[in-house]
Design a binder for this molecule. Structure first.
Ligand code: NAP
Length: 263
């Protein structure tokens, strides 16, 4: 649970892309537990249905929508369905992303394009469709889930870093253009987050990353750490925060020497 009251999102409708798994699922749970009706969207129907049933069993209002965020028509259709069913859309969390660890020289042209198509264009497609269909006339919140390494030189993640740098840039531009419509747009950059497929995939190239010694706070980020930051950003407590890119990584991103605990 969070430090916020249970009902702060009562009556709000939230779309979480990639909400059937990992960090997205935790965000759906957290926003739902604080009163929002949550809509989760991604490609694999079985996973969507299973997560939806799990969240409903915990008393959360949840519906699922199958779509590939790379396809603007599919995205527009899902947004239309959500608005029709819930009479609106208040919160959009662009969480869906693809990832695989590979050095530039071992990344295929297709692989690089796939990641930028999902992470960057997918975020644009969802943002654009939600703005056009509802947010521009009604206001709302957008939170983009970014990454911790796009401002550094990171090996094995050039494709993701390039796409997420675009996501950060899109976050700032959208914040400036959408602000007059009563829409706040921010981004959260999770550090290595425990118990996620994303971290499991990365652990194959960096064992250190998946251990708590990589973080000054002494423990790996939990999915709830990320979800609580998102909850804060869509709450009224963040009413004047717009266009910001927040690291939620326990300080690991600024720890250059990574020496571990100093005695
Ligand atoms: P994950 O479990 O692998 O989830 C990714 C989700 O995106 C899945 O539910 C997947 O569902 C969906 N997705 C992928 N391609 C899609 C497409 N074309 N259209 C629609 N949905 C699609 O990921 P995670 O590790 O929880 O990460 C969540 C977010 O946090 C991502 O943005 C990631 O970059 C970021 N992040 C994670 C970590 C970490 O340590 N895990 C660290 C930094 C940043 P389908 O396959 O069913 O479509």
């Amino acid at each position: 649970m969070s430090v916020f009251k249970d009902n702060i999102l009562k009556g709000k409708v939230a779309l979480i892309t990639g909400g059937a798994t990992g960090i997205g699922k935790q965000i759906a749970y957290t926003l739902g537990k604080h009163g929002a009706s949550v809509c989760i969207a991604s490609r694999k129907q079985e996973r969507l249905q299973k997560t939806c049933e799990e969240l409903q069993a915990k008393g959360i209002q949840c519906s699922w929508f199958s779509c590939d965020i790379r396809e603007p028509e599919q995205v527009e259709d899902v947004i239309k369905q959500i608005i029709k069913r819930h009479k609106g859309l208040d919160i959009v969390i662009n969480n869906a992303a693809g990832n695989f660890p590979a050095a530039i020289a071992n990344t295929s042209y297709k692989g690089f394009k796939t990641i930028t198509d999902i992470d960057l264009l997918g975020t644009y497609n969802v943002t654009r469709a939600a703005f056009d269909a509802w947010l521009k006339d009604n206001g709302g919140h957008i939170v983009n889930i970014s990454a911790p390494f796009q401002n550094l030189g990171v090996s094995y993640q050039a494709h993701v870093a390039a796409a997420k740098a675009g996501v950060d840039s899109l976050t700032r531009s959208a914040a400036v253009e959408f602000g007059p419509h009563g829409i706040r747009v921010n981004a959260v950059c999770p550090g290595a987050t425990a118990d996620t497929e994303g971290l499991e995939r990365f652990a194959t190239v960096s064992e250190e990353l998946s251990t708590s010694s990589a973080c000054p706070l002494g423990y790996l980020g939990q999915k709830s750490d990320i979800a609580n930051a998102v909850l804060f950003l869509v709450s009224d407590a963040a009413s004047y925060i717009n266009g910001q890119i927040f690291s939620v990584d326990g300080g690991s991103g600024i720890d250059m020497l990574k020496l571990g605990p100093i005695s």
